[in-house]
Design a protein around this ligand. Structure first.
Ligand SMILES: Cc1cc2nc3c(=O)[nH]c(=O)nc-3n(C[C@H](O)[C@H](O)[C@H](O)COP(=O)(O)OP(=O)(O)OC[C@H]3O[C@@H](n4cnc5c(N)ncnc54)[C@H](O)[C@@H]3O)c2cc1C
Length: 588
């Protein structure tokens, strides 16, 4: 494979969402020669869809501080979050949100000109006392505003972009160093090797694993699957967040900000049922709690509509002015997709797959960490990961709304800084590992196979339905075991699937085939990790093990692709400077 063209950079950033772009900016400003690769035009990355806002204890409407935010995040994570990383994130939040403002993010404003802050789920003052107003929005299009500002800053800093290039696999040498990646240009279908002294994976989440999802078509977990294939285990993949309010039947997101601004859920009897499940926080309880409550209402026969299969989100009492000012995008989505104008009538909603808490294990510098020959964990030299594809882990078993936009900014910046340090000590490119290039190319050429075989689309639909039915909001051993069998069969069937169109030019079917391979790897990671965890914690709800079990399960899962092996590692309970928050019962 000597004739594949090659390009060389100091740093390769895979992914142009908020995580990748924040890191790239740090690198470009630090005088590194940085390439960003994205399979879609950068401002189409899923970050653009983020609605509700980004958390920071700015205290613009009430006295707030980062330690309250830290408490909420640790509690929200159901104590599975690493407290050193959580402290780091919550402390950094205020400065980095102000920095975003200076980069040009048009945040919503209070009368006095300061950044407006809204209520969001799981956020409190004084360690669980009153509801906090901590989430900083740009109306209900926060991610859009952030991503565009970060893209423009990168253009100014002269980051080099490879737009609409698809990364097939990471390239690693036999000593475990990251050397870059092999990519294909989607327009021409031609491969290219991008060599780099250090590589960052920022490929986003994988909620496309489920049929009903808020996620963009592109969220297929490519980076996580690349890590698995490179021998790096994935952490805590059983924890999948279901957002309580997707438009029923479609899954499109209605932001938590709708409840933050005063909206609430009702069942077929018109009852405000969250008062029963979370008497204190009600509709602003943590997402896992609200999703399960909706599910239980529907399964108890109190669902709405002819099929009694959803509940209603009521907003009309807020009035047209507030809805138009604070939730304009939501109003548009509801009218277009649910045929319900929230100014006049409630929106039909049901839980929808939303966010991946697990991912590539990293420390708080963004370095990927993996066990070395089953020994203790060490940093993988030159390899970094941030954002939704990574597990640092600040979200533990359940992410709080508004904490992901924060996570990508905080750890994007931290990873950029650490990569600059790494470059000081690793000044030259290492020799390319030709064996790794051949392996990656074999993945590509496998799809050139002619002849009859199943279609990729059909297998993809089956996979997403299987995950919904066997590894959804509520889980049970027999269902999960059956889920493992079903996914394993689908993986086998995929090996015999073929493409009908083998052309190179803008062949999106070829890209979708590679994406489905990635989804299959992640599906296996998710069901295996879920079947083994015999407790309920955060988003992982087991009907057969309804309680959290700290004695046996206060630990992170590590799933390896080879042999579907599971290992565990302790949660880092010790913060950087403050006292730990010890586990206690989680009530809202
Ligand atoms: C509808 C919606 C609303 C949300 N609202 C909020 C909110 O209000 N507040 C909040 O905190 N969080 C919110 N979230 C979560 C948050 O937006 C995401 O977790 C976060 O933006 C992810 O950023 P990222 O940089 O990790 O990845 P993404 O923004 O998903 O970017 C991934 C990048 O990787 C690239 N990529 C992936 N695979 C490949 C490949 N094989 N080759 C080349 N490039 C590749 C993509 O092209 C893209 O550029 C929301 C999520 C959704 C889905």
């Amino acid at each position: 494979m000597k004739n594949i063209p090659r390009r060389r950079f100091d740093c390769l950033v895979i992914g142009a969402g908020g995580g990748g772009l924040r890191a790239a900016l740090q690198l470009a400003q630090g005088e590194a020669h940085v390439a960003v690769v994205s399979k879609v035009f950068p401002t189409r990355s899923h970050t653009v869809a983020a609605q509700g806002g980004i958390n920071a204890a700015l205290g613009n409407t009430q006295p707030d501080n980062w330690h309250f935010h830290m408490y909420d995040t640790v509690k929200g994570s159901d104590y599975l979050g690493d407290q050193d990383a959580i402290e780091y994130m919550c402390r950094a939040a205020a400065n980095l949100v102000i920095e975003l403002e200076h980069y040009g993010v048009p945040f919503s404003r209070l009368e006095n000109g300061r950044i407006y802050q809204r209520a969001f789920g799981g956020q409190s003052l004084n360690y669980g006392a009153e509801q906090a107003m901590r989430t900083c929005p740009a109306a209900d299009r926060t991610g859009h505003a952030m991503l565009h500002a970060l893209y423009q800053q990168n253009l100014k800093a002269r980051t080099h972009f490879f737009d609409e290039f698809f990364v097939v696999d990471l390239l690693m040498d036999k000593d475990g160093y990251a050397l870059g990646a092999i990519v294909i240009e989607i327009e021409t279908g031609e491969p290219l090797i991008i060599e780099a002294k250090t590589t960052l994976v920022a490929t986003g989440g994988v909620a496309r694993l489920y049929r009903t999802t808020t996620n963009a078509m592109i969220n297929t977990g490519d980076g996580m699957a690349m890590a698995l294939r490179a021998g790096i285990p994935l952490q805590d993949m059983e924890f999948v967040q279901f957002h309580p309010t997707g438009i029923a039947g479609i899954g499109i997101l209605i932001t938590e900000a709708a409840r933050g601004e005063g909206g609430y859920l009702i069942n077929a009897e018109g009852e405000r049922f969250m008062e029963r499940y979370a008497p204190h926080a009600k509709d602003l309880a943590s997402r896992d709690v609200v999703s399960r409550s909706i599910y239980e209402e529907v399964h108890a026969g109190r669902g709405c509509g002819p099929k009694k299969d959803h509940v209603l989100l009521k907003l009309d009492h807020l009035g047209a002015e507030t809805i138009n000012k604070r939730l304009p995008g939501i109003r548009e989505s509801a009218i277009r997709f649910a045929h319900a104008d929230p100014v006049e009538k409630p929106i039909p909603v049901y839980p929808t797959a939303h966010y991946t808490m697990g991912g590539i294990p990293t420390n708080r510098f963004g370095q990927v960490v993996a066990p070395v020959h089953t020994g203790p964990e060490e940093a993988v030299p030159g390899l970094y990961a941030v954002g939704e594809c990574a597990c640092v882990s600040v979200h533990g078993a359940n992410r709080l709304g508004g904490n992901s936009l924060l996570d990508i900014i905080v750890f994007g910046r931290a990873a950029g800084n650490h990569m600059l340090e790494y470059l000081k000590e690793n000044r030259s490119h290492r020799p390319m590992a030709e064996a790794a290039v051949d392996r990656a190319m074999a993945r590509l050429t496998r799809w050139d196979k002619q002849g009859e075989g199943e279609s990729v689309d059909k297998l993809c639909d089956e996979l997403r339905l299987t995950m919904e039915d066997y590894c959804g909001v509520f889980r049970k051993q027999d269902l999960l075991d059956e889920g493992i069998k079903k996914v394993t069969k689908l993986v086998e069937r995929l090996q015999h699937a073929t493409l009908r169109d083998h052309s190179r030019i803008f062949n999106t079917a070829r890209i979708e085939a590679l994406e489905l391979e990635n989804l299959m790897d992640i599906a296996l990671a998710t069901v295996h990790s879920a079947a083994a965890r015999h407790e309920s914690r955060g988003a992982h709800s087991r009907l057969d093990y309804p309680k959290r079990d700290d004695r046996n399960w206060l630990k992170h899962t590590l799933y390896s692709r080879e042999g579907n092996k599971l290992d565990y590692k302790p949660v880092r309970m010790k913060p950087l400077t403050v006292e730990p928050f010890p586990p206690k019962e989680r009530v809202y």
